[in-house]
Ligand binder design. Structure first.
Ligand code: AP5
Ligand code: MG
Length: 186
């Protein structure tokens, strides 16, 4: 089973994907985590990506599509995969469709976590990652609304979009996620 987690920065994609991974044993594929790991390892890709991320901008599509394609070829992705923070542009969504079609892996569900901006600022201020400064959060939100929000229509038209209220405790949100997954799981 393949599930995409969509939602603005700080909406809880990583938190909820991690919990679902623990429950279902699927791979948790977070492009944000992969780019941060590459940066930590000082690879050329990691260093290049960090220039964008530090400014709150999206990393170029070809870079992220490349790392997702490589990850999908590892055997553990066959059972199931939770995409967290990918795709983030229409071009990435089209690339994902191709990658999955080539591997006979259907995309069953797109969960969109909805959280008001005010709460996003509160959550990220508390976390304090290097891209969690207020001005950078504002830019990340701008990038989300300009480049990522068109994906809602893209997946709505396909009938696989589910909106999840992301306000509440992590447990409350997780039970909403579980309900949405149970509806499509067979
Ligand atoms: P990425 O790492 O994906 O960051 P993001 O999507 O901007 O948002 P976060 O990961 O910060 O939030 P989240 O929704 O995962 O929430 P979380 O669970 O952590 O991307 C970072 C950068 O990498 C991008 O800006 C871009 O440069 C680049 N990048 C990555 N993917 C890319 C792509 N596909 N294309 C191009 N560029 C890409 O929760 C946030 C905080 O809130 C945590 O502290 C958590 O503990 C807390 N929290 C979560 N849920 C709750 C709750 N219910 N109640 C209280 N606190 C909560
Ligand atoms: Mg995340």
């Amino acid at each position: 089973m393949r599930i995409v987690f969509l939602g603005p920065p700080g909406s809880g994609k990583g938190t909820q994907a991690q919990r679902l991974k623990d429950q279902l044993g699927f791979v948790h594929l977070s492009t944000g985590d992969m780019l941060r790991d590459a940066r930590q390892a000082q690879t050329p890709l990691g260093i290049r990506a960090a220039e964008f991320s530090e400014a709150g901008k999206l990393v170029p599509d070809d870079v992220v599509v490349g790392i997702v394609a490589d990850r999908l070829d590892q055997a553990d992705c066959e059972n199931g995969c939770l995409f967290d923070g990918f795709p983030r542009t229409l071009s990435q969504a089209e690339a994902l469709d191709e990658l999955l079609a080539e591997r006979n892996m259907p995309l069953e569900l797109v969960l969109t976590l909805r959280v008001p901006d005010k709460l996003i600022f509160e959550r990220l201020a508390e976390r304090g990652r290097s891209d969690d400064k207020p001005e950078t959060i504002r830019e990340r939100l701008r990038q989300y609304s300009a480049l990522t929000s068109p994906l809602l229509d893209y997946y709505r038209k396909r009938g696989i979009l589910r909106l999840i209220d992301g306000v509440g405790t992590k447990d409350e949100v997780f039970s909403r996620v579980q309900q949405a997954v149970a509806m499509v799981r067979h």
